[in-house]
Every structure is written in structure tokens, then in C-alpha cells.
Design a protein around this ligand. Structure first.
Ligand code: HEC
Length: 152
């Protein structure tokens, strides 16, 4: 067996490995939240509402996007920031930052707030419920995992 024959095969394998590694976008994370907690709502009640109204499409672990993007560290974050989620053009170019002022109309009726929204959730007309959900979202705070340092 000559080394010349073995080499191309090894190179092809390496290329295939590299290609498959590149196709998969690594899990993306939002920066830690710097805004203070939102206290005009009841976060505990917001957690219950979230479970009911949001969790079928959203979860809170980086890299595990469901129908919607994961929502860890969403409060104060720029909209459509995650590279491992495929956002609508509208949200991707909105320039929004998620604070109480932008979250409130979005949770109230996403399709009204964002005409080409990918988020097809039921409207939430009750302002108190929305304030509770926003209070809960503002408690979702995780440090950026160390693995992120490697990705950057
Ligand atoms: C039926 C599925 C569904 C439900 C229910 C849902 N969402 Fe979403 N959500 C989405 C999708 C899909 C997107 C991406 C929107 C886009 O790209 O236009 C999204 C986007 C978002 C974003 C923007 C995330 C980012 O990275 O910018 C926030 C914030 C959000 N949702 C909050 C909520 C909250 C709070 C609830 C519950 C009150 C909720 N969503 C309920 C599907 C859902």
C-alpha cells in the first residue's frame, strides 16, 4: 500500500468532515441582560401564562429553537439576533430592542405589530397579563456559556 493511495482518501474524509461541520450553525446565545427587572407585572403569574401561551413554540435553552427562537436573555436584547434561527425578513430588519415598550404590542398581537411576522400566536388583549409575561421574561437571565468563547 503506497502512502500516495491512502492520502487522497484521507483528504476527502477531512473535507467531508469539515463541510458537515460548517453546515451546522453552532448554538447562538444572547448577551447577558443588563436592564433591571421589569416590576410592573407579577413575574410568577407571568411564568404560568408563559407556560400556557408561549412554551409550545419557545423554550429557554440556547441551540434548542422550536417553532420560535429560544428566549433566554431576551429582555433588552436586539430583535432577531440569533444566528441559529431563521427569522422573518420583517423582524430581522426591524431594528427593535426587546423592552416593555416593544414587547407589549408584540405579545398583544404579533401579526399586527409586525406585518410579515412568523410568530402566529393568539393575541393577548389583557394588558395586565402582558405586563406579567414581560415581568417574567425580564427574569430570564443566564450567563453566556463558556463554549461561546470558542465559537467567537
Ligand atoms: C405559535 C408559535 C408561537 C407562540 C405561541 C409564541 N411565539 Fe413568539 N415567536 C414565534 C416565532 C415563529 C417567532 C419568530 C418571529 C419572526 O421571525 O418573525 C417568535 C419570536 C418571538 C420573539 C422575538 C425573539 C427574537 O429573538 O427576537 C419574542 C420576544 C417572542 N416570540 C415572545 C413570545 C411570547 C412572550 C409568547 C407568549 C405570550 C410567544 N412568543 C408565543 C412563535 C411563537
Amino acid at each position: 500500500m503506497s502512502i500516495v493511495k491512502k492520502y487522497p482518501l484521507g483528504a476527502i474524509f477531512a473535507a467531508i468532515l469539515l463541510l458537515t461541520a460548517c453546515e451546522k450553525t453552532p448554538p447562538d446565545y444572547r448577551d447577558p441582560v443588563t436592564l433591571p427587572l421589569y416590576t410592573k407585572g407579577d413575574a410568577d403569574n407571568g411564568a404560568l401564562i408563559y407556560k400556557d401561551a408561549c412554551s409550545q413554540c419557545h423554550q429557554l435553552n440556547p441551540g434548542l429553537n422550536k417553532k420560535g427562537p429560544q428566549l433566554m436573555n431576551i429582555y433588552g436584547a436586539p430583535a432577531a439576533e440569533l444566528e441559529d434561527y431563521n427569522y422573518s425578513e420583517g423582524l430581522a430588519t426591524s431594528g427593535w430592542v426587546w423592552d416593555a415598550e416593544t414587547l407589549d404590542p408584540y405579545i398583544a398581537d404579533a401579526e399586527k405589530a409586525m406585518p410579515d411576522s412568523k410568530m402566529l400566536s393568539d393575541p393577548m388583549p389583557d394588558a395586565k397579563e402582558r405586563a406579567d409575561v414581560i415581568a417574567y421574561l425580564s427574569t430570564l437571565r443566564a450567563p453566556v456559556p463558556a463554549v461561546d468563547d470558542k465559537a467567537k
